[in-house]
Design a protein around this ligand. Structure first.
Ligand SMILES: Cc1ncc(COP(=O)(O)O)c(C=O)c1O
Length: 385
């Protein structure tokens, strides 16, 4: 008998261990959403003694957006905005699409997802397998880029299906409220949170988690993480490879008042961090996970040693096998061999400098009075969701 099987066979388990070993029991797939674990990320990824807690949202059936999709659909049904059996139509680059496919199965709605050619084939394949219909726009809008082109296609589909309902994740307050349980889970799991590090796309999970945690811990430091080339925090629109976080519009759900600071991360830096995490921690993810982990690693090194840092990892690595974790793809996009700097570039105000590497700004302000509108002339190649 080898060592492992002898351990497995003969170590007696306590009743609590037996219960934990039994895992969760669910009668519907939607009941598996939430209650995700936290993992301590310490050395060698982080400086010895200076780690952070990662909330592993990749343990949801689809990813973090399962929470938002189920909540938005349930609320729209209760309000009578989404009728029984009516179609759900939304613009997404993937994660919300997976959540909506789950909600469609759970509540009996057909789902149409509008996306662009940047959607990973693995995600498109999964969405089709889950029964969603995919509409891919072929050309960016001349002024508003891919995101505007997708929004226009959503409009066409809504006109074609008179009963159809669009969640509008950028402006729907339910996409914020959906994340309150995540905050309560963090309180139960960690007891105290001094710093929250979150990526920002629609602004949904940062606003939902951040507001509740601030209620518990008024001195909470909230750190937003965006991508270079994203307009959300007042940088000009630029070319973006990174998906999930970042945007080419000003989403109405972003809670600007909540953030103490914002960091922008470039694609090679996020790739470095996602790969370093995989190599040292096993738990990893894609663009947003790499970006928040890079920032959290620095925060852990530079803040007070006793501070407790919670970092939301929105999904796992599987969707990124043909991009972030593919050497040829990364070489083609010149993403390999860039070890990030030890510290971010510090800028005074977002409009001061156009950043193309990891940068930090402690002045966070609403960049545009007309939130929810597309900045003129943003001929973008990348889009969020
Ligand atoms: C992988 C990933 N990371 C981060 C985000 C940003 O989350 P939010 O839209 O809640 O700001 C998203 C949003 O879709 C995502 O899909």
């Amino acid at each position: 008998m080898n060592h492992l099987s002898s351990v497995l066979d003969f170590v007696p388990l306590s009743p609590a261990q037996l219960l934990a070993a039994g895992g969760r029991q669910a009668t519907t797939p939607a009941a598996l959403v939430g209650g995700t674990p936290v993992l301590w990320v310490g050395e060698p990824f982080a400086t010895p003694g200076r780690g952070f807690w990662a909330k592993l949202e990749g343990h949801n059936p689809g990813g973090i957006k399962d929470r938002a999709a189920l909540y938005m659909v349930q609320a729209a049904r209760e309000r009578g905005q989404l009728l029984a059996g009516a179609r759900i139509v939304e613009s997404t680059s993937g994660t919300l699409g997976l959540g909506l496919a789950l909600a469609g199965i759970a509540y009996g709605h057909p789902v149409s997802v509008v996306t662009d050619p940047g959607m990973e084939p693995q995600v498109a394949g999964l969405l089709r397998a889950y029964g969603a219909e995919i509409h891919t726009v072929s050309e960016p809008h001349p002024a508003g880029g891919w995101q505007q082109a997708r929004r226009e296609r959503v409009g066409e589909l809504l006109a074609a299906y008179p009963d159809a309902w669009c969640p509008d994740q950028y402006n729907n307050p339910d996409n914020v409220a959906a994340y309150r349980p995540l905050a309560h889970e963090l309180v139960a799991q960690l007891g105290r949170v001094d710093t929250l590090v979150v990526s920002v796309g629609t602004g949904g999970h940062s606003a939902g988690v951040g507001r509740v945690l601030r209620g518990f811990f008024p001195a909470l430091r909230v750190v937003g993480v965006d991508t270079c080339g994203s307009t959300i925090f007042g940088q000009p629109a630029g070319t973006r490879l990174m998906r999930g976080l970042g945007s080419s519009i000003y989403p109405g759900n972003v809670a600007y008042e909540l953030f103490d600071e914002v960091h922008w991360v470039a694609a090679p830096e996020a790739v470095w961090a996602a790969r370093a995490l995989a190599n040292t921690q096993y738990a990893t993810g894609g663009w947003s996970v790499g970006a928040v982990a890079l920032v959290a690693r620095w925060i852990a090194r530079t803040c007070a040693a006793e501070d407790r840092i919670a970092v939301v990892f929105p999904d796992g690595p599987h969707r990124y096998v043909s991009t972030v974790f593919d050497d040829d793809w990364c070489r083609t996009h010149q993403l390999l061999g860039h070890t990030p700097a030890e510290d971010p570039l510090e800028i005074e105000r977002p409009a001061d400098t156009v950043v193309s590497r990891w940068a930090r700004c402690r002045t966070v302000e609403r960049p545009h009075p007309a939130l929810g509108t597309e900045p003129a002339g943003s001929g973008l190649v990348g889009v969020t969701r």
